[in-house]
Structures are given as structure tokens and as C-alpha cells.
Design a protein around this ligand. Structure first.
Ligand code: PLP
Length: 451
């Protein structure tokens, strides 16, 4: 500590100590009261160190992306088996950036062009699919495998047509899709692969991290996710050529790659001759892509740095909780539980199940009952995206009857297995589900269909 108590370093130290005391006082551990204390599906798990990092970054008053973002990117890339990790402001932005990168003219013949097709799964989160439309590409929807909630890979080969150039799919709820099958198909047909790893940080495929197999992977740091920054995301770049392209799309489309506050990183800031601009036009203001500004702030990254220290423990806790729920529910005949894709070690985002058609009750009944007992539930995102209002009437191809995506929309849901849940909570969840199944209660329905 600095000997002068008024020195900024000494004050920072004092503030950090006070923040730890504040965190202790403001976020005490609550005891669990079954039926009264909520059992959420997800949430931030943090202690004083996240708050101290956040305040430390605020005291820098750098505000834009900075030293904490650098540290996070440097430490996160090897964890994910990626060449480079590029932070951005959300997982949705990461998906937009990853697919935008593949449209770059700098890729020449390999670039995606309007009208090219991208294979994706009919069942999933909307912003895995939205960039396909936003970039003038056409999705090819593949039906879902109801056992893993990933795309049905038996249908994947049928999805490839003359204009199919990429596959962009999520490892649903932390359960990797079969990366042998998908990478092999992509290789055979010269297709790009983007792995949406937003829900699957820590998931492994034959001992290698999910997210490291495609040319690009994406991650979300929204509070529900394995590691949080509040809002935040990351593009994992596994093919070197794409690094600068992703960075350019993220940072206004610029050709220059100086970090904020830096200049002349390239050593020839006034020495380029690009496009039809005059020679020496300031490289800082040369644009090689129709870009965005999707950077995140250093305060967000600082929280992420603190979370990284906990990542292994978080993933282990998710696996333990998932196994406890599985052990407690696997003999319930009325429910079909999601299983790990053979060859994978998932990093579970949630514990998913489907109510069997002959159960004697339906999902609505069970979900209503659980929610009334303070156990939060979530559906498998958009269910069958093709039936969502936003997608009706849009151009696409569909492979398979979508009977499984419809079933997911009709009968599947998930509950939490995140590190904030205790064994006591998980046992309460198991017992509540089992007691419902023994004596199902039919929930009244009110149809509020808009005209
Ligand atoms: C599979 C998947 N992709 C993308 C996203 C979007 O991430 P974000 O909420 O950070 O935009 C989510 C959100 O949870 C997701 O589940």
C-alpha cells in the first residue's frame, strides 16, 4: 500500500476494502425456504472480487474497452482453444460479427454472397439465426434431435444444396452437437462452420473445447451464462485471416487496428493508399467494411476477469447439479430427459426435459405447478422458430418435417442447474416434480391469441 493515504493508489486500496464490506452487507447469503425462496433457472454468481474489479475499472475512468478487456481476451482464448478472443457487447452481436466476417470481400471466392444458404437448427435462440437474414443470406432449417436438442444430424447432409456455404448452429443448452459429423460435412462441401457456443462455455468434444472447431465461435456473457459481464459477448477466431476482419466489423468497419487511445500501431498511419482515397489518407479513417460499433466497456470486461477465476468451479458445479437432477428424475416415465451427445462432455446451461404425449398431463400443467412453487422454468428458446411471428413468410428452406421442433415447442422445457443452486434446492425441485407426477394438477387455460 502507498504510504501517503491521499495518494490515488492508497485511496483505491481503501475503496476496494470498503467495496468488500459493502458486498458482504448488501448481498448476504439467504437461507432456503422451500416454496418461498425462488429457485431461479440462472443468475449471477459473484462475490466481492467482481465488485472490486468493477469499481477498479470505474476508477480508471477509461470507460471504453481497455486493460481489462485485453486481459480477458488474452486469458479466455486459450481456455476456449481459440487463436484469438475478441470481446463485443453481447452474444447476439458476436453472432452478427461472426457471420458478417464471412461476407468480407477480403475473403475473395470464399466470401458469402447474398442469396447463399446457411444451415441452422429450427429449434433454438433467435439471434443464432437472425444474422442470416440480416445479411441477405437464406437459412436452411434442419429439424431438431429431441434427445439432445441439437440439430438432427441425419438430416444435415440432405440440407446441402448448390448454394449452401455455411453451417451456423448452437450447442444447445451446453450440449455439443456431434462435431465429427459437422466438421466432416463442412470439409467435404467447403462450407464454413460457426459454432454458437453462447450456452456452452466449458463443453468438450473428445477432450477439445466446443467453440474451437469452426472457423469462428461465439460466446455470451449475459447474466444467465456460465461467465457473466452483465452484457457482453465474444467472437472466438480460429482462422487467423478472420481476426482483422472481425475486429474491423466490430470497430466501425475501419481498416486500422489501433486499440482505443492508440495511434500508428501499423507504423504507417499516413502511408497507405487504399480504395480511391488520396495517398496518405489517415488510416484511422479508412473503412474496409460496412461495420458497426459493438465494442464493450472495460467495466464489463473487469467483471469478466473476476469471473474467469471461477470458471472451472462454475462448470463443475453445473455438471454436478445436472447429474443430481438426472439421478433424481431419470426413472420418471412421464418425462423424457435430454441426454449428452455421445462423445461430448457438456457444460450444462440448463436441465431440459419433455413431457411425454401419454403422460396424462401436459407441459403447461407441469410448468404452471412448478412456477406456483417458486421453481422457475424456461422453454427451449423459440421452440420451432419457423412458427414464430418474426419468421413467418420469410424465405428459407426446411429439411425434415419439423415434427420434432414442433414437439419441442409443444412439450419441452428446462429448469436451472447453475452454480447458485444448492443441493437442498435441487432436491426440492426433484421432489416437487415427482409429487406432481404422482398426482397431476390440470392448470386452467386462457387463450389470449391476438386477432
Ligand atoms: C444459443 C444462444 N445464442 C445467442 C444468444 C444471445 O446472447 P446475448 O443475450 O448475449 O445477446 C443466446 C442468449 O442466451 C443463446 O442462448
Amino acid at each position: 500500500m502507498h504510504p501517503d493515504p491521499e495518494h490515488p493508489d492508497a485511496l483505491r486500496h481503501e475503496i476496494a476494502a470498503l467495496v468488500a464490506r459493502y458486498q458482504d452487507a448488501a448481498f448476504p447469503r439467504a437461507s432456503f425456504e422451500p416454496g418461498v425462496t425462488p429457485v431461479p433457472v440462472s443468475g449471477k454468481v459473484f462475490d466481492a472480487s467482481e465488485m472490486q474489479h468493477l469499481v477498479d475499472a470505474s476508477l480508471d475512468f477509461w470507460l471504453t474497452t481497455g486493460r481489462f478487456a485485453d486481459e480477458f481476451e488474452t486469458r479466455f482464448a486459450p481456455i476456449m482453444g481459440a487463436g484469438r478472443a475478441l470481446l463485443c457487447n453481447s452474444g447476439s452481436s458476436a453472432n452478427l460479427l461472426a457471420l458478417s466476417a464471412l461476407t468480407s470481400p477480403q475473403l475473395g471466392e470464399r466470401a458469402l454472397r447474398p442469396g447463399d444458404e446457411v444451415i441452422t437448427c429450427a429449434s433454438g435462440f433467435p439471434t443464432t439465426v437472425n444474422p442470416i437474414y440480416q445479411l441477405g443470406l437464406v437459412p436452411v432449417f434442419v429439424d431438431v434431435d429431441p434427445g439432445t436438442l441439437d440439430a438432427d444430424l441425419d438430416l444435415l447432409a440432405q440440407a446441402v444444396g448448390p448454394r449452401t456455404r455455411a453451417v451456423m448452429m448452437a450447442h444447445t443448452l451446453g450440449n455439443p452437437f456431434d462435431l465429427d459429423v459437422v466438421t466432416d460435412l463442412c470439409k467435404r462441401h467447403g462450407m464454413w462452420l460457426i459454432e454458437d457456443t453462447c450456452d456452452a462455455v466449458g463443453a468438450m468434444w473428445r477432450g477439445r473445447p466446443a467453440g474451437s472447431f469452426g472457423a469462428l465461435g461465439t460466446v455470451s456473457f449475459y447474466p444467465a451464462h456460465h461467465v457473466t459481464m452483465g452484457e457482453g459477448g465474444c467472437v472466438l477466431v480460429n482462422e487467423p485471416k478472420l481476426e482483422r476482419i472481425v475486429e474491423s466489423f466490430r470497430d466501425w468497419g475501419r481498416d486500422c487496428w489501433c486499440a482505443p487511445g492508440m495511434e500508428n500501431t501499423c507504423g504507417r498511419r499516413f502511408g497507405w493508399h487504399l480504395g480511391e482515397l488520396p495517398f496518405g489518407y489517415d488510416h484511422k479513417y479508412v473503412y474496409s467494411h460496412l461495420g458497426y460499433n459493438l465494442k464493450l466497456t472495460d467495466m464489463q470486461a473487469a467483471v469478466g476477469v473476476a469471473q474467469l477465476a471461477k470458471l472451472d468451479g462454475f462448470v463443475a458445479a453445473r455438471r454436478r447439479s445436472w447429474a443430481r437432477l438426472h439421478d433424481g428424475l431419470c426413472d420418471v416415465q412421464e418425462l423424457a430427459l435430454t441426454h449428452a451427445t455421445p462423445g461430448s462432455d457438456p457444460s450444462w446451461f440448463g436441465f431440459a426435459m419433455s413431457v411425454r404425449p401419454d403422460a396424462g398431463f401436459d407441459r403447461y400443467d407441469l410448468v404452471t405447478y412448478l412456477e406456483s412453487r417458486r421453481i422457475a422454468t424456461r422453454l427451449v428458446f423459440g421452440g420451432n422458430l419457423l412458427r414464430q411471428p418474426a419468421y413467418l413468410g420469410r424465405p428459407h428452406r426446411a429439411v425434415g418435417t419439423m415434427v420434432n421442433a414442433d414437439a419441442v415447442a409443444e412439450r419441452s422445457f428446462w429448469i436451472g442447474c447453475y452454480p447458485g443452486l444448492t443441493d437442498e434446492m435441487l432436491d426440492y425441485v426433484i421432489e416437487t416434480i415427482r409429487s406432481f407426477v404422482r398426482a397431476p394438477v390440470h392448470a386452467p387455460r386462457r387463450d389470449a391469441r391476438a386477432s
